[in-house]
Design a protein around this ligand. Structure first.
Ligand code: GTP
Length: 319
């Protein structure tokens, strides 16, 4: 028993032993140091009195399980947030992350006691947090367009699949807008690629100001082509929203010397509403919205056209 206590005393982890009455019968050096208390302040004290914050916690139930049913438990730091008020250093600023092992042990040869072993896993928790932040950053990068900072095509495909699923389940309409800057190649050719980049950023930021519903998602489909997913939106509302977007970009009056239909930057928009009757696939839906944009381009640009149920739809007249 002496040897046993000596091993526990010098362990590089906290050890506390309580008897059947939850009285503390042993505390090792590590734990005393972490608590910044002398042995007389700890020994023979009631565990609940010394650690009132553990009352009714999982730790408390695990101790009871060890004493009554002789079962051991392991409390992870992620599910059991720092059960003991332990801190590193003098000024109690950095809390110690704790992994806790609860074991029934024949401590004084007459009764089964409960040993609580606390391992400082602060470094491991820190490493895990850093790793999870890094993973989040990488997955964000993989789904974001670098230039405009909005969703990229990969994210668009993921969101569209999800929204088609929700529209089917909730029997709600789902619309999709495709838009493209008119004569953007000439814009680049006349003003330079850097000005082209700035133009793309300005267009996106302006569209973002108008697309305010949290469920709507704007993405860069590629080059100067963008798409907006509009859940719970019928075709006429989508076309009217598109018309307001077209008007807002036109009103910016950004000079475009080589635009053949105006003196400023303009956009053309195609909108489609998901065909629920034929359980339309995502690729067919995209193709229909993109073809509608193409048709709008052919009919003159700086314009909006919608398509649903084999019908072409134009913006509502301004009242
Ligand atoms: N500055 C800049 N230009 C880009 C970027 N991505 C694509 N482009 C350019 O966007 C232009 C798109 O041109 P097109 O698809 O031919 O179409 P357009 O000139 O806009 O003509 P219409 O769509 O028919 O009105 C191409 O010249 C691409 O090089 C980018 O990130 N930055």
């Amino acid at each position: 028993m002496k040897l046993y206590k000596e091993v526990l005393e010098n362990l590089n982890a906290g050890v506390l032993v309580v008897d059947q009455n939850l009285s503390i019968v042993f505390v090792n050096r590590w734990f005393k140091k972490a608590l910044k208390m002398s042995p007389t302040d700890i020994l023979d004290r009631s565990f609940i009195e010394l650690f009132p914050e553990t009352n009714d916690s999982r730790l408390h139930f695990a101790i009871a399980d060890a004493l009554v049913n002789h079962l051991s438990s392991l409390l992870s730091p992620s599910l059991n947030h720092r059960p003991f008020p332990l801190y590193k250093g003098q000024h109690k600023v950095e809390p110690i992350e704790q992994l806790i092992r609860i074991l029934p042990i024949p401590f004084d040869e007459t009764q089964i006691c409960c040993m609580i072993e606390i391992t400082d896993v602060s470094n491991m928790v820190k490493r895990e947090k850093a790793l999870s932040n890094l993973t989040k950053r990488f997955s964000n990068l993989a789904l974001t367009d670098e230039l405009t900072n909005i969703a990229n095509r990969r994210q668009f495909n993921i969101t569209l699949d999800k929204e088609i699923h929700l529209a089917t389940r909730d029997k709600k309409p789902l619309s999709l807008i495709f838009l493209d800057i008119d004569f953007f190649k000439s814009y680049n050719d006349s003003l330079g690629h850097l000005a082209g980049d700035n133009c793309l950023i300005t267009v996106v930021n302006t569209l973002l100001q108008r697309i305010r519903r949290g469920s709507d998602q704007i993405s860069r489909y590629g080059g100067d082509e963008f798409c907006i997913i509009l859940p719970d939106t019928n075709i006429q509302t989508a076309v009217d929203t598109a018309e307001s977007l077209r008007a807002i970009i036109y009103a910016l009056d950004m000079p475009h010397p080589k635009n053949e239909i105006a003196s400023c930057v303009t956009i053309t928009i195609g909108a489609a509403c998901w065909d629920e009757f034929n359980n339309e696939s995502a690729s067919s839906f995209i193709l229909r919205a993109d073809s509608t944009l193409y048709r709008a381009k052919q009919s003159g640009r700086n314009s909006v056209l919608g398509h649903y149920n084999d019908t072409w739809i134009t913006p509502s007249p301004i009242t």
